[in-house]
Design a protein around this ligand. Structure first.
Ligand SMILES: *[C@@H]1O[C@H](CO)[C@@H](O)[C@H](O)[C@H]1NC(C)=O
Ligand SMILES: *[C@@H]1O[C@H](CO)[C@@H](O)[C@H](O)[C@H]1NC(C)=O
Ligand SMILES: *[C@@H]1O[C@H](CO)[C@@H](O)[C@H](O)[C@H]1NC(C)=O
Ligand SMILES: *[C@@H]1O[C@H](CO)[C@@H](O)[C@H](O)[C@H]1NC(C)=O
Ligand SMILES: *[C@@H]1O[C@H](CO)[C@@H](O)[C@H](O)[C@H]1NC(C)=O
Length: 275
């Protein structure tokens, strides 16, 4: 096959990458299979692949248990500056250890401590990764944002059992069609055309949030992640939790990582001052 043709393809791919300069979406690599139980479970993640080393020898890992009386009120923090587009094209992906909505193009923007991040994907953990005063919730929604320098900020909403979650409702039909992931196969995908994600606005409208420096909560457990945990608890129905778990691998139905030591980190709190 012609070298020219390959060069042309490389050029097209490079050109497409350059068009998307707004955000440096970081696609994590998963060189080794991992799960949430047995010999590929959380206590072994760090030894499954050299690129997962941070899972065992990191010092600023996530999730954590947020103890309210140990948090630090920071009056210099601002109300959360976060926006979502009305309609986005996306892909529902089953990684086996999580179900994710990957956004194709501009989905939303977070401005935090002077840095602008673009919304790249959202996914769920059932039960929650983070705990507040020792309480683990039914589920946790992670909105992963990437900045141009490829640093990441995750906005997290804890969900307790109750009314349906409006975003899961929107994808519930496709969730029902999402195949399980056979071992070593590429993650199954279903396109989501013109998905309205405005309901994320209500979930993130809050008078209180927590922030601390941490890591991805699954391999490669990359550190340098800015965590923003919304202080307002949302709800999710039992049927929706079952729908999120159903496509996951048998060893990852409960995809919450045990809480990690703070190692001297401080959790800061934003609290709105006026009603
Ligand atoms: C963590 O493990 C990786 C890979 O084994 C190694 O390169 C790195 O130096 C280790 N870091 C610490 C702090 O032990
Ligand atoms: C409080 O937040 C401000 C603004 O982000 C930051 O510059 C400052 O370091 C924070 N203070 C503490 C004590 O964490
Ligand atoms: C989403 O995809 C559809 C079908 O390909 C297209 O018509 C529409 O313009 C796209 N929407 C956005 C916001 O890109
Ligand atoms: C926003 O969320 C609150 C719960 O936090 C709920 O009571 C309310 O109905 C929601 N509003 C909309 C428009 O979805
Ligand atoms: C997963 O569990 C179900 C129900 O127990 C079982 O039927 C299925 O064979 C299991 N799949 C794998 C890949 O182990």
């Amino acid at each position: 096959m012609a070298i020219k043709k390959i060069m042309a393809m490389v050029f097209v791919v490079a050109a497409l990458c350059m068009l998307n300069t707004r955000a440096a979406y970081v696609e994590d690599a998963y060189p080794a299979y991992f799960s949430y139980s047995g010999s590929t479970g959380p206590q072994f993640w760090g030894s499954l692949s050299p690129s997962y080393a941070k899972c065992s020898n990191g010092t600023a890992q996530s999730p954590i248990n947020i103890v309210n009386r140990d948090t630090v009120l920071n009056r210099s923090l601002n109300a959360l500056n976060i926006q979502f587009r009305d309609s986005v094209n996306a892909t529902l992906i089953n990684y086996g250890f999580k179900v994710e909505i990957l956004f194709r193009g501009d989905a939303g923007t977070l401005v935090f401590r002077g840095k602008t991040y673009a919304l790249s994907e959202i996914h769920w953990h059932t039960p929650s990764d983070h705990r507040i005063d020792g309480i683990q919730f039914t589920a946790e929604l992670h909105m992963v944002h990437s900045a141009a320098d490829s640093s990441r900020a995750v906005v997290s909403v804890l969900l307790q059992s109750g009314q349906s979650d409006p975003i899961v409702t929107k994808i519930q039909q496709q969730l029902g069609q999402l195949p399980m992931r056979p071992p070593n196969q590429t993650p199954p995908e279903i396109p989501l055309v013109n998905l309205n994600i405005q309901e994320l606005r209500n979930l993130t409208t809050t008078r209180r949030y927590y922030t601390y420096p941490g890591s991805l909560t699954n391999p490669p457990c990359t550190e340098g992640i800015t965590w923003i945990i919304i202080g307002k608890i949302g709800t999710i129905s039992k049927a929706q939790v079952a729908a999120l778990k159903r496509p996951l691998d048998n060893g990852s139905k409960n995809n919450a990582r045990p809480v990690q030591p703070l190692n001297g980190r401080k959790v800061e709190v934003y609290q709105a001052m006026f009603p």
